[in-house]
Write a protein that binds this ligand. Structure first.
Ligand code: ADE
Length: 244
């Protein structure tokens, strides 16, 4: 997968060269490029923002550098499939695991990190000509810019790409893959500071272990995220329960 990130703070994205994502880039599974938006300014001060028309607090990112930066990723009028352009914004659709699965199938993702009060809206409008544009929020709170949101999304997406994670089995049972939260996990020692590992896990009865874990998932989800229970498809839950 090709990944482009455009930002005025390329250093912010440096952690993407670490750990599993960094290794995937070294192995050629990910082709990750971070571009400095200021490289597309044409003035001495490398200015990227200006005051908002209509007044109000803060500054707005100017269209010219953004237009040139996006054209450098995909020249205007280019043929072939449009890359997906993700614009992190508290005003976007909320990112979730389903979105991560869908985006992990894409050939080319581009992230446009806004700062200040956001990017001039005409940039987003123009970008539709060359990209499939999706404004995405990582949650109902406001960050100072899109960079941290991009790190969250890239990590969630990249780990779903075959070859990025050593053991793909670990992707199957984890939280949110079927709207139930993950069950609790334990390792040695079997007793620690007066707390015991649930006995069923010590016995080696795979069916009982599966049943226990399933029950814990349901209890945990009902307690912590009742909203997920109400979204659940009862038929598929029954089917999974029969198989567990
Ligand atoms: N930029 C500022 N806040 C954000 C959020 N919650 N999600 C994505 N990008 C943002």
């Amino acid at each position: 997968m090709r990944l482009d990130v455009i930002s005025i703070f390329p250093e912010y994205l440096q952690p993407l060269s670490l750990s599993l994502i960094g290794r995937a880039a070294e192995d050629g599974i990910l082709d990750l490029k971070v571009t400095n938006l200021r490289d597309f300014t044409e003035d001495k001060h490398r200015k990227v923002d200006d005051t908002p028309y209509g007044g109000g607090a803060g500054m707005v990112m100017m269209p010219e550098p953004w237009g040139r930066a996006l054209d450098s990723v995909r020249p205007a009028g280019a043929q072939g499939p449009k890359p997906t352009l993700i614009v992190p914004s508290p005003a976007g659709a909320v990112f979730n695991q389903q979105m991560a699965y869908e985006l992990a199938e894409e050939e080319h993702l581009v992230f446009a990190c806004g700062r200040y009060e956001g990017i001039d809206e005409r940039v987003v409008d123009y970008a539709h000509e060359n990209f499939n544009v999706i404004p995405v929020s990582i949650g109902d709170y406001v960050l100072n810019g899109g960079e941290v949101a991009v790190m969250v999304m890239v990590e969630a997406i990249a780990r779903l790409i075959p070859g990025v994670i050593g053991n793909p089995e670990s992707l199957v049972e984890e939280s949110h893959s079927d709207l139930l939260l993950e069950y609790p996990v334990y390792t040695k020692p079997a007793a620690w500071r007066g707390r015991e590992v649930p006995e069923v896990l010590l016995g080696g009865n795979h069916q009982r272990v599966a049943r226990f874990r399933r029950d814990e998932q349901i209890k945990r989800t009902a307690a912590r995220r009742p909203d997920l229970i109400t979204q659940m498809d009862v038929q598929s839950l029954n089917r999974r329960d029969r198989d567990a």
